[in-house]
Every structure is written in structure tokens, then in C-alpha cells.
Design a protein around this ligand. Structure first.
Ligand code: GLC
Length: 407
């Protein structure tokens, strides 16, 4: 796989046109066969990759994502620009009505401001264009998705983190888990609550203050601060970072854990989300980040695999690194995982380790092409082919920088 092939996949997956109501769209579909719509965090990763080869498309993709949202700052998990979900899948989509909506009413890991800042690197006027919608989005998340006001945002559905079937959700959601038939009932509950997190958590205990989601939230707030210079965003970011440290950090295990339900039970399953705070860079104490890196990420018994970063610790009983037609994020390695965590290592001064990690992930892509995910021990590719998120390969050598792209 050469960088050129990654650009070729992005180009082949590019979709543009005008929706029936006259709204223009331009985005990269995650995979032409199975994922035809626009997904929030995929678009953020696509934009990072596009920034390397065609920055104008990065900007168009992010504009389209904002256009899929509402003026109050809500931005959806999935937008259906070209076709509505088919009747068989429609009951499972997190839409307000079962049929006919243009987007879901759910969210996905909020990396929009991070991607926006990156896409603005070549065109600073893009920053000014983004400030109002990005600020509205950040305020919406804090207002609508932090029902207990502790600074950490809450997800109602497991796929709101992007880690749909992660074993960390098994005990929290039980029969309502994303990969189980009861999931349709969970979506139905959210519809009944009219997608208000406040209403939902008052009646249902299946919800999570998710580490990865809050890391992304904090990173986006920091990006918003750098782009606007407005200290409000730095203060908000530090509130999220402090909450993560005070409430999710487990000094005994040296990992961050999600908090589930109204009693905020720690979900003690080691997944890559437990390591994601490494990407916060200097915002977290150095010794905490060193423990994440040394005891876990680089440990060959846990996450130190030959081909990328496993999505679940290899020591967990639930670790399943191979293909599963119905369940994802249960052990296989995704490219976004290596991209984010290599950046965290670099910020720690571990440049060699970061390069090795990036190369390992690139090796899997060289062996198997742009697949949805990879076996972390063999590099075999699984899931969808021509998967846009894996075009992050274009950016892996430079990688994510917690301090921002230096706009
Ligand atoms: C799968 C992944 C999710 C991704 C989506 C589109 O559902 O679990 O993270 O956003 O596919 O690629």
C-alpha cells in the first residue's frame, strides 16, 4: 500500500450532490459496500487524511457534517444524504422517527474541532468560518449531554463512542447491547425520551460517561481555544480533563475506566479507550501518561502487538482479534487507534516508540490494504475493503499532535 493508494480510496469514496431539499453535500463514505452514509467521526478522520492530499476536500467534508446538524449545535452520528436507511435497518438507526429522517438523533465521539483545526492549516479563513458552529456544538454537548453536571458527557447508546460492540459495554447494556437483538428496544427507549439525555437517564440506567468520548471532547475544546483565543474553551477543557483524572483514573490498575449508570460504577475492562487520555498530552500529569504507555500501550502482553494497537487488551478474557460478522471493537486493531496514541507517545518524548507504533500499523496496511480493521498479531485485514478511515495512513508518519497542528 502506497500513500497514493490511500488517496485513491478517498477519491473513490467521495460522494457529492444536492439532497432533495436543495442542501449541497460532499463527503467520503466510509466504505462503498456497507457504509454508504456520512459518519461523524469517520468524516473527522477522513478530513485529517484529505488535509494531506487535497485540503479543499477536507474542508468540504467538515462543512457538510456541520450542515447535517442543527442550528442549536447538535451534529448527528450519521447523515443520510443520498438515501434513507432501508426498512430492515431503519428500526435500529437512532433516528427520531423510524423512517424518513435525514440524520440520526444520536452523537458520535466529538472530534469535529480537532479535525477542523487540522483542515484549517492550509487556509486560515476556514478558522473564522468554523468558530460559530464549533462553539455551538461544544455548548450543545455540555448542555444536553452532561445531565449530572459533573463535566463529563454521557452517551446513551454504545455506538455513540464509535466503539459499537466493545466488551466494555457488555455488562452495562446486557441484552440491550449493540450486537444483541434487544438493541432495538434501547433505541426505542431513546426515541421515547425524545433523545433528551436528561429524560433518558431519569428513567434508564444504561448510560455511560465514556473515557474516549470525553477525551475527544477535551481535545476539541482545546482546539477551539487555540483557534479562537477565547479562554472560556481552555477552562472548559480543563474541567473535563480534571473530571477524567479525578473520577475515571484508577491508580491501582494504571488505567482510565468509564463510569456507568446513575451510581457511576467503574467499568473495569481494559480497552484502548482506557489509554486514550494519553492523547491529552501535557494536560495530564506526566507520571499518569508514563504508566499508560509503559505498563499498557508498549507492554507486549497487553497492547504492544506487531500490527497496530489492539482495541482490547490481549490479557482480557473477552479479547477476540479476528473477524466477527456481528461484533466489532473486540480486539482487532483500527488505524485511528494507532494514529491517536502515537501522538500521545510523541508528546511524552517517546519518539522512537511512537514511530515504531506508527510503522507497525502501516505494516498491516501494506500487507492487507485499506481494510476496516486488522488482526493485531498477523496483520490480516478484516471487515470492509476500501475503508476510508484507514487512509489515516497518509498522516500516520507525522501523526496527531495534542498541542495542535501549529496553525
Ligand atoms: C462501524 C464502526 C464505527 C464507524 C462506522 C462507520 O459501525 O464501529 O466506529 O463509525 O462503522 O465506519
Amino acid at each position: 500500500m502506497t500513500p497514493l493508494d490511500a488517496a485513491g480510496v478517498l477519491r473513490a469514496n467521495w460522494r457529492e450532490g444536492v439532497r432533495r431539499d436543495g442542501t449541497r453535500f460532499a463527503f467520503t463514505c466510509p466504505a462503498p459496500r456497507r457504509y454508504k452514509h456520512q459518519w461523524y467521526w469517520d468524516s473527522c478522520f477522513h478530513a485529517v487524511a484529505w488535509s494531506r492530499v487535497d485540503p479543499a476536500r477536507a474542508r468540504e467534508e467538515l462543512r457538510t457534517l456541520v450542515r447535517a446538524g442543527r442550528s442549536d449545535g447538535f451534529v448527528p452520528h450519521t447523515a443520510f444524504w443520498q438515501a434513507s436507511p432501508r426498512w430492515r435497518r431503519a428500526p435500529l438507526y437512532a433516528t427520531a422517527r423510524v423512517l424518513g429522517d435525514a440524520a440520526t438523533s444520536s452523537i458520535q465521539t466529538p472530534l469535529l474541532a480537532v479535525a477542523w483545526e487540522r483542515a484549517a492549516a492550509e487556509d486560515r479563513t476556514f478558522i473564522a468560518e468554523g468558530l460559530a458552529p464549533l462553539a455551538a456544538h461544544a455548548r450543545w454537548l455540555a448542555r444536553e449531554r452532561d445531565p449530572d453536571g459533573d463535566g463529563l458527557i454521557t452517551i446513551m447508546l454504545p455506538d455513540e463512542s464509535g466503539l459499537d460492540d466493545s466488551p466494555k459495554y457488555d455488562a452495562v447494556y446486557g441484552r440491550l447491547a449493540h450486537w444483541r437483538p434487544g438493541h432495538a428496544r434501547l433505541v426505542q427507549r431513546c426515541r421515547r425520551a425524545r433523545w433528551s439525555a436528561r429524560t433518558y437517564v431519569a428513567g434508564c440506567d444504561e448510560h455511560v460517561e465514556d473515557v474516549l468520548v470525553n477525551v475527544a471532547h477535551a481535545l476539541s475544546l482545546r482546539a477551539l481555544f487555540r483557534m479562537s483565543g477565547d479562554v472560556e474553551w481552555a477552562e472548559r477543557a480543563s474541567r473535563v480533563e480534571t473530571a477524567l483524572l479525578e473520577r475515571c483514573w484508577d491508580p491501582r490498575r494504571g488505567l482510565f475506566f468509564d463510569l456507568a449508570g446513575r451510581h457511576e460504577r467503574r467499568v473495569e475492562v481494559s480497552t484502548w479507550s482506557s489509554l486514550a487520555p494519553l492523547a491529552l498530552g501535557d494536560a495530564l500529569p506526566r507520571d499518569v501518561r508514563e504508566r499508560l504507555a509503559e505498563e499498557h500501550l508498549l507492554n507486549p502482553r497487553r497492547y504492544g502487538a506487531r500490527f497496530g494497537v489492539p482495541s482490547v487488551s490481549m490479557e482480557e478474557p473477552s479479547f477476540r482479534p479476528g473477524f466477527d460478522a456481528f461484533r466489532t471493537w473486540r480486539g482487532a486493531a483500527w488505524t485511528c487507534t494507532a494514529w491517536l496514541l502515537a501522538g500521545g507517545l510523541r508528546a511524552l518524548g517517546a519518539a522512537d516508540e511512537a514511530d515504531r507504533l506508527a510503522h507497525n500499523a502501516l505494516d498491516a496496511i501494506a500487507r492487507s490494504g485499506l481494510r476496516e480493521y486488522y488482526h493485531p498479531r498477523t496483520g490480516a485485514g478484516h471487515g470492509e475493503h476500501r475503508f476510508g478511515m484507514s487512509a489515516l495512513a497518509l498522516d500516520l508518519p507525522r501523526g496527531f499532535d495534542p498541542a495542535g497542528p501549529g496553525v
